[in-house]
Design a protein around this ligand. Structure first.
Ligand SMILES: CC(C)(COP(=O)(O)OP(=O)(O)OC[C@H]1O[C@@H](n2cnc3c(N)ncnc32)[C@H](O)[C@@H]1OP(=O)(O)O)[C@@H](O)C(=O)NCCC(=O)NCCS
Length: 173
């Protein structure tokens, strides 16, 4: 029987599972830490991936302005890597951004190869608007940050605006 991957907006009853997914990666400084309060306060930015009904991936999209959004807090459970779940989560953010009329999406990441495989270009961090740094200044690694900035222009991308919340249903062998 094929496996089923669904991408849907996060709900309050997902917060425990999202917290459990993010914490091992924030403890290794791969992503920024988030408290449970922070997860609840920003829940409308989050989408989750379900694999056969189990929550195994998460992503957040933060809007900076009329033409810029960031992919944040992207994590797929380690035993689920390599099943296109990360790609589907990022694509959901892109469709969501297009639906909202946002022209460009970026990420600060230690895995730029994952993003370049998904159509992102590496850009100088300095090219990002000043307000992006309001988050960075709170990071312990701010003065020695090895993250790479990647971005994708969405206005010319062949992505159909979605009429509803970004929900995907994918079957896998
Ligand atoms: C990065 C991450 C989300 C990728 O999730 P995933 O579900 O394993 O990725 P996918 O299966 O969708 O991979 C899509 C493509 O990217 C490639 N890819 C995935 N992870 C990669 C990596 N670390 N380096 C290089 N390429 C990678 C895959 O090989 C695949 O390429 P293909 O289409 O040619 O086969 C996952 O590895 C993860 O949770 N990492 C830890 C947290 C993290 O670093 N998050 C990013 C913060 S910005």
């Amino acid at each position: 029987m094929p496996h089923r991957i669904q991408i849907r907006m996060a709900r309050v009853d997902d917060v425990d599972a999202i917290d459990a997914l993010l914490t091992p990666f924030s403890e290794r400084d791969i992503i920024l830490p988030r408290t449970r309060d922070n997860l609840f306060q920003h829940l409308q930015e989050f989408a989750v991936a379900l694999f056969d009904g189990e929550l195994v991936g998460v992503v957040a999209m933060h809007i900076y302005g009329s033409n810029l959004a960031e992919v944040r807090s992207l994590v797929v459970r380690e035993d689920m890597h390599g099943r296109s779940i990360g790609r589907l989560l990022v694509e959901a953010c892109e469709k969501w951004a297009v639906q909202l009329g946002i022209a460009c999406i970026f990420a600060l990441t230690y895995v730029p190869q994952f993003f370049t495989k998904n159509g992102y270009a590496t850009v100088p961090k300095e090219s990002l608007p000043h307000k992006v740094w309001t988050v960075c200044v709170h990071c312990a690694k701010f003065s020695d940050c090895q993250e790479v900035a990647v971005e994708k222009r969405l206005s010319d991308a062949p992505i159909e605006p979605m009429r509803e919340l970004p929900i995907m249903d994918v079957s896998q062998p």
